[in-house]
Design a protein around this ligand. Sequence first.
Ligand SMILES: NC(=O)c1ccc[n+]([C@@H]2O[C@H](COP(=O)([O-])OP(=O)(O)OC[C@H]3O[C@@H](n4cnc5c(N)ncnc54)[C@H](O)[C@@H]3O)[C@@H](O)[C@H]2O)c1
Ligand SMILES: [Zn+2]
Length: 272
Amino acid sequence: PDNLTLRDTLVAKDDARTHRVLVVMDEALCRAQPSLVGQVNRYFDRHGDRLKLVCDPMQFEGGERTKNSYFHVSEIHSKIEMHHIDRHSYVIAIGGGALLDMAGLASSTAHRGVRHVRIPSTTLSQADSGVGVKNGINAFGKKNFIGAFAPPYAVINDFDLLSSLNDRDKRNGYIEAVKVALIRDREFFEWIEGNAEALAAFSPEPMRQLIHRCAELHINHIATSGDPFEFDSARPLDFGHWAAHKLEQLSEYRIRHGEAVALGIALDVVYT
Ligand SMILES: NC(=O)c1ccc[n+]([C@@H]2O[C@H](COP(=O)([O-])OP(=O)(O)OC[C@H]3O[C@@H](n4cnc5c(N)ncnc54)[C@H](O)[C@@H]3O)[C@@H](O)[C@H]2O)c1
Ligand SMILES: [Zn+2]
């Protein structure tokens, strides 16, 4: 409750108003960090002068399964309607990239878009998707078939959230850093090479630096490329992603996004 980052972010725009907040959380994260839901409740109790948590945090199963049906989106829509989440209110999603994509779609379609805040809890989502502008779920066996481009109101990376990830999901985000370094920043690529052992051992400081630089390069690209909503066919951030999306689908999402991108990059560099 003493950390004012979230509070200050939410109240920054309108001085006097009390903002209504709906929180959506990743079930696996809540299981792995059992005190988290209580902490969220206490945070809003403490800052009740300006923020009102409209109900207990909603919890949804995380991972790709959360994106495989429309059901969760409509559950969030229903809470948004029931608790009068309007365009001055917030939907805060705390979880992995899949949960953020799903909750982002619900937020960006209710009332044609309510403010949504992302608090990513995996290496991949902190380094990449959290700062992106894409939201969506899968349909007809196709990844991200139903979706919307909508920038989040804010993204808050809390490195402590990563502590409960298994090694596979810790490592899963690294490849997006390798990708963006290859296309944008040679020095960063050499830094990754030099720190490979420490990163493989999940040493906290190099991990934090990798996530920070990777997110920064992604934001810079989105903000300055002149094509944030991907109307052109040149999409450098999608390096390795064509094969990746296919691999994810073919494996029925048993291959993680980061793992698939690693294979996709390997394929692209051989065939191009
Ligand atoms: N919108 C975008 O721009 C964009 C970019 C890249 C990837 N993505 C999407 O993100 C998704 C992958 O996201 P991801 O790699 O973050 O994995 P994920 O969301 O699938 O999460 C992996 C697993 O970890 C669990 N989990 C999350 N945080 C945890 C924590 N702190 N402790 C313990 N368990 C935790 C989840 O419940 C899930 O089971 C894919 O659907 C991918 O397409 C979107
Ligand atoms: Zn990606």
